[in-house]
Write a protein that binds this ligand. Structure first.
Ligand SMILES: Nc1ncnc2c1ncn2[C@@H]1O[C@H](COP(=O)(O)OP(=O)(O)OP(=O)(O)O)[C@@H](O)[C@H]1O
Ligand SMILES: Cc1ncc(CO)c(N)n1
Length: 274
C-alpha cells in the first residue's frame, strides 16, 4: 500500500483543503494521512472563521505519522503562518520524500489563508525542498514579484521559481482570461517544458480545484509514477472533476472527486512540448 500525506487546512464544506486531498487520495488508491494546520469554518459562499493550529502541534502530528508509516509523497496546501512553514521545512528536510507545494494564499472568495509575511518563508524554506510547486497566476506573481499577463512572463516567472530550488514548476492557468481553454505550463529544472490544455468549463463550481489537482499529483507520485506523468494524469483528474459538476451549494461549489474513477473514457488534454 502506498502511503501519502497532506499538510493543509480543514475545509468544513468538504470541497477544498484536507477533505479534497483525502478524497482524491482515496479515489486514486493510495492511503492518505493528514497534518492539519488550521480549521476553517467554510462553505461554498466563503470562509467564515479560521482557527490556526500551533507550530508545535503541527510537528506532533507530522512526527507521529512519519515515525510510523512509510510515507512516499507529501503535499502542502494552506500553511497559515511563517512559523508553521519553518517547522514543516525542518521536519521534511531530514527525510527522503517527494514534496508537492501548492502555495495556497487566498481562497476563491478572497479570504487570506497565509499571512503575507510568510511568503518569504515559503520562498526560503519550503520551495527549495519541493519536487513540484503548483502556483496559480496570482500566487506566482506574489512569489516572484513579477506581473504575469503573457506567455513570455509565465516562462520568466517559472525560471525564477526554478532558481529558488523547485524541481518542477507548474503555473496553472485557471485564472488566465482565456474564455475557451485552461492551459497549465510545466517547466523542469533540466530545461524540459510542456503545456497542457483542456477546454475551459463554463461553471462557477471550481472551489478546491488547486487542492484537488496538487493532491492528484501527490497520489500519482506516491504510486511511483514519474513527475511528468503524475502532472499530466492529475490534469485528467481535475478536468473530469470540473466537467462533471455536482451543482452543490449556492456559491462556488466543489468539484466532483468521483468523476475520474467513474468515467472510463479519458478526457482530452492537448500536450505541446516546447
Ligand atoms: N473553468 C475551468 N475549466 C477547466 N479547467 C480549469 C478551470 N478552472 C481551473 N481549471 C484547472 O484547474 C486546475 C487548478 O487551477 P486553478 O488556477 O483554478 O487553481 P487555484 O486557483 O489554485 O484553485 P483553488 O485555490 O480554488 O483551489 C488547473 O489545472 C486549471 O487549469
Ligand atoms: C482549507 C482551504 N485550503 C485551501 C483553499 C483554497 O482553495 C481553501 N479554500 N480552503
Amino acid at each position: 500500500m502506498n502511503v501519502v500525506m497532506t499538510i493543509a487546512g480543514s475545509d468544513s464544506g468538504g470541497g477544498a483543503g484536507i477533505q479534497a486531498d483525502l478524497k482524491t487520495f482515496q479515489e486514486l488508491g493510495v492511503f492518505g494521512t493528514s497534518v492539519i494546520t488550521a480549521l476553517t469554518a467554510q462553505n461554498t459562499m466563503g470562509v467564515h472563521d479560521i482557527l490556526t493550529t500551533t507550530p508545535q502541534f503541527v510537528r506532533s502530528q507530522a512526527e507521529a505519522v512519519l515515525n510510523d508509516l512509510p510515507v512516499r509523497a507529501v503535499k502542502t496546501g494552506m500553511l497559515a503562518s511563517g512559523e508553521i512553514i519553518q517547522e514543516i521545512a525542518e521536519i521534511l528536510r531530514k527525510r527522503d520524500l517527494q514534496l508537492v507545494v501548492d502555495p495556497v494564499m487566498v481562497a476563491k472568495g478572497g479570504a487570506q489563508l497565509l499571512g503575507m509575511e510568510a511568503v518569504r518563508d515559503l520562498r526560503d524554506h519550503l520551495i527549495p525542498l519541493s519536487t513540484v510547486i503548483t502556483p496559480n497566476i496570482p500566487e506566482a506573481e506574489v512569489l516572484t514579484g513579477m506581473s504575469i499577463r503573457h506567455d513570455s512572463q509565465v516562462e520568466k516567472a517559472a525560471e525564477h521559481l526554478l532558481e529558488l530550488g523547485a524541481g518542477c514548476v507548474v503555473i496553472k492557468g485557471g485564472h488566465m482570461d482565456n474564455p475557451d481553454f485552461a492551459t497549465d505550463a510545466v517547466y523542469f529544472a533540466n530545461g524540459r517544458s510542456f503545456k497542457m490544455t483542456t477546454k475551459r468549463v463554463r461553471t462557477r463550481h471550481t472551489h478546491g480545484t488547486g487542492c484537488t489537482f496538487s493532491a492528484a499529483i501527490t497520489a500519482f507520485l506516491g504510486q511511483g509514477r514519474t513527475v511528468g506523468e503524475s502532472i499530466l494524469e492529475a490534469k485528467h483528474f481535475i478536468q473530469q472533476a470540473i466537467e462533471q459538476e455536482l451543482g452543490l451549494g449556492s456559491g462556488n461549489g466543489p468539484t466532483n472527486h468521483f468523476a475520474y474513477k467513474l468515467n472510463q473514457e479519458k478526457c482530452e488534454v492537448e500536450i505541446v512540448e516546447a
